[in-house]
Ligand binder design. Sequence first.
Ligand code: PEP
Ligand code: MN
Length: 337
Amino acid sequence: MIVILNLDAADAQVDGLRRDLESRGLIVQDIRGESKRVLGLVGDTSSVSEEALQRVDFVERVMRVSEPYKLSGRHFHPGDSEVALPGGVKLGAGHFAVIAGPCSIESEAQILSIARDVKRSGASLLRGGAFKPRSSPYSFQGLGLDGLDLLKIAREKTGLPIVTEIMSIQYLDVFARDVDVIQIGARNMQNFPLLREVGGLGKPVLLKRGLSNTLDELLQAADYVLMGGTPDLILCERGIRTFETATRNTLDVSAVPALKKRSHLPVVVDPSHGTGYWDLVYPMALASAAAGADGLMIEVHNQPECALCDGQQSITPALFDKLMRAIGAVRTAIEVN
Ligand code: PEP
Ligand code: MN
């Protein structure tokens, strides 16, 4: 529910109303725009009488929000959100950032070499999986905490903030301490206890769309994270399961404008998992930038043919460099037109 206030409502009056609503167990967001002030009510609003609110003299209008998500929706936050990351990196509200790195951290030499290459080409953040969600229990599962240590070394040597996936609440403290952006992978998009806990760490979060989830479901999952308290949330389209077998997933480029219409949160696209093939990454990365994405996540490997995970969808540092220049051209073109 949103309560639109008269612009001349006195702060003391609004605070009184706010306390009354909070005492009913609701989360109240006070949204002040240039032309209106709105209270966004999150929670079970069945005990709130629309009519009684309408009678309050400084209330202009009351509206029920029909969408199943609230905090991530535009009703509650009309302007675009900007996520500020360590090292002065910004994402959203006109700021574009590229996250690049290998699927998995394999060795110090591997992660350092890739980190240096992607930094030179203009990546703003370094990715690398330490805890890998693999379909088969017999596949490489990641180096775990040792991998995280190597990722931290790469951060120290390059200055790039690090993005890596959390799979279990067991490691919340370690991630809160060591990781700059905590990734929640596609398979955990609806792990609701994990979403709440990660949202409470005070760290930026990157939430990937589930393999078979709708955009409404993604935004409801986003609300779980935002309810934890962090405002710094990035959504990631990474392809969905369809009947098509020519690609690993079907990259839903239309998710970018569709999400941005519904939500104030920044949207990045991962064309590596989205397509599953290295030669499709370049065109789909450009398509995503042209569709208005706020950033990209790209898997880059110095020896894709030897990668322990996802080598077939990893591009080389040389192709990544070419891609970064082409993205610059696409961004210039869409800004000009
Ligand atoms: C990843 O980014 O390493 C990953 C496993 O992606 P997803 O969760 O989208 O499959
Ligand atoms: Mn991968």
